[in-house]
Design a protein around this ligand. Structure first.
Ligand code: NAP
Length: 499
């Protein structure tokens, strides 16, 4: 079964032990990154496995492999030898593994490791990209039968990640660690068991230490949110996908519900550079359903074998579910939005209400369709006027740009203002797409963003006396529908709180 490894990159062994204590319950082993230790501390590493009380990997990573050791190779070999020396009869006091790079050829180190039961990890790091012929290179890495081979690559696209997943299948007979680093590789750190890989390396997010590799996951998040230790070949996989992947509220929601509802399922983030690559990745990784986020809610339409009534009329899709004929497309934004807004304003429809919709992207399409269905009248303002126009015209809505003329038009469409762009979303929380508009205090203002809870736009509206609503209620409501589509059954209210 795949294991979670905590990478220890403190400057002292005491710091490393402190971090280990905080995360011990989530991890199966630790990697002592000797290259991150102060030079004096490097002389004391031999004692560490006994102090840690958990299997420990001895690693001294060179700068060229993404580590922080910039000294000579002789010094590095001396430190490795010190770590393996004076082996204890009680193996728990020895390093469980030593990481030796493929080009390191020091037989005495290997003999010392083998004599005292320290397993050799034979590693290859490509921090620039993804190698061709990963299976061939993995097979060539192993020198002696009991070595655990390790290959780390840096995908630059989702197509690169697909290559790694294919390579994992072709090397299912090999005992290996195979992982993708970088932003595209996060999913491989969760689906480690499915890739037939032995270890997922983690770094605590809320601890001030040197990150051991970009985009490593937090051990608690991996163990608790993604239930890493429960993932098996049978686990059903869902995904949240987009670029950049900032709109990930459904990820937390779905994984929390899967856990509470005791479903053998996990939802993973998939950073995606095209819908074509996403569908290939989904086939390769065996993904059953995908929450589609910006900017692909319209781009996904040509890939659907079935479109729900909402998808056909709105021309945007935010949820796809695999079926034997292909991908079935749904829109959960529409009902999530209108349910949240109507309960906020305490009405059944939007008759006699004049609204302004800010934005014309995938979610604004669902908003406009619902406003029309509920008999409201709207003004659509967008940065790119042509998009506002093409969204507004079928509904006979008014349209304009985000400028002073737009502000004038808003005066007549100010019963309810719906902010449906990502402007103001974390981390860019100072931004406000309608900074030019002065609230009278009579408007009701809904911002679909849920992180932060109050965007700059909502704060301004509240200060002016407006009633305000953020996107959290909409998120909860539409994520419930996503759960129902994933599990092909209703959301289970008695089991799950909305947190
Ligand atoms: P999208 O398809 O990428 O839409 C982007 C829209 O925002 C476009 O109208 C775009 O204008 C506009 N925009 C982007 N950057 C801008 C900038 N710097 N200044 C002015 N306008 C800008 O995204 P989406 O899927 O519609 O999502 C929009 C927002 O809704 C996101 O913040 C998302 O978190 C939120 N959302 C919330 C929920 C929920 O459940 N609460 C559900 C879905 C979405 P152009 O046309 O000019 O490019």
């Amino acid at each position: 079964m795949a294991k979670i490894c905590l990478c220890l990159t403190g400057k002292t062994l005491a710091q490393d032990l402190e971090i280990l204590e905080m995360y011990r319950k989530y991890v199966d082993l630790a990697e002592l990154r000797v290259d991150c230790l102060d030079s004096d501390e490097r002389f004391l590493i031999r004692r560490f496995p006994g102090m840690a009380g958990i299997p420990v990997i001895l690693t001294i990573r060179r700068g060229m492999d993404g580590g922080r050791f910039f000294g000579g190779e002789g010094t590095r070999i001396t430190h490795l030898a010190k770590g393996l020396a004076y082996a204890d009869a009680d193996r728990r006091n020895n390093f469980a593994y030593v990481d030796l790079e493929e080009d390191l050829d020091v037989p005495s180190l290997e003999e010392a490791a083998r004599a005292f039961g320290t397993r050799i990890i034979r590693s290859r790091h490509n921090i620039e990209g993804v190698d061709d012929d990963i299976p061939g290179k993995l097979r060539a890495l192993r020198r002696v039968g009991d070595e655990l081979v390790k290959m780390v690559v840096m995908p630059r696209s989702l197509d690169d990640v697909i290559k790694v997943y294919k390579a994992a299948k072709e090397t299912s007979d090999i005992d290996k660690i195979l992982l993708c680093t970088g932003e595209y590789g996060v999913n491989s750190r969760i689906l480690t068991e499915k890739l037939g890989s032995r270890i997922s390396y983690t770094s605590p997010k809320d601890f001030d230490q040197i990150p051991s590799a970009p985009w490593q996951m937090d051990p608690r998040e991996l163990a608790e949110l993604y239930r890493f230790h429960k993932i098996s070949a049978e686990t059903e996989v869902f995904a949240v996908s987009g670029y950049p992947l900032t709109d990930t509220g459904s990820l937390g929601f779905l994984n929390t519900v899967f856990r509470t509802d005791q479903k053998d399922a996990v939802c993973i983030p998939v950073l995606t550079d095209s819908v074509a690559s996403l569908t290939q990745f989904a086939d390769e990784a065996g993904i059953s359903g995908i929450v589609i986020t910006a900017p692909y809610k319209e781009d996904v339409l040509p890939f659907l074998s079935y479109k729900s009534g909402e998808v056909s009329s709105i021309r945007a899709c935010n949820m796809v579910v695999a079926d034997r004929h292909g991908w079935m497309g749904y829109n959960t934004d529409a009902a999530g939005f209108s349910g949240s807004l109507l309960s906020f304003i305490g009405r059944k429809d939007l008759r006699h209400r004049k609204l302004t919709i800010i934005g014309s992207g995938g979610t604004a399409r669902a908003v406009a369709a619902e406003v029309y269905r509920l008999k409201g009248k709207a003004l659509i303002l967008n940065r790119t006027q042509t998009r506002a126009r093409s969204l507004a015209e079928p509904y006979k809505f008014v349209w304009g740009a985000l400028d002073s003329r737009g502000a004038e038009l808003m005066e007549s469409y100010s019963d309810i203002i719906i902010q449906a762009t990502p402007v103001g979303m974390y981390p860019d929380t100072d931004a406000d797409p309608i900074g030019f508009y002065k609230f009278s205090g009579r408007e009701m203002v809904m911002d679909l963003i849920y992180k932060p809870e109050k965007t700059r736009c909502l704060k301004r509206a509240e200060e002016a006396g407006c009633r305000i609503l953020n996107g959290n209620d909409m998120l909860q409501s539409q994520a419930r529908s996503q759960y129902a589509l994933c599990m092909k059954k209703e959301f289970p209210p008695p089991l799950v709180s909305e947190g």
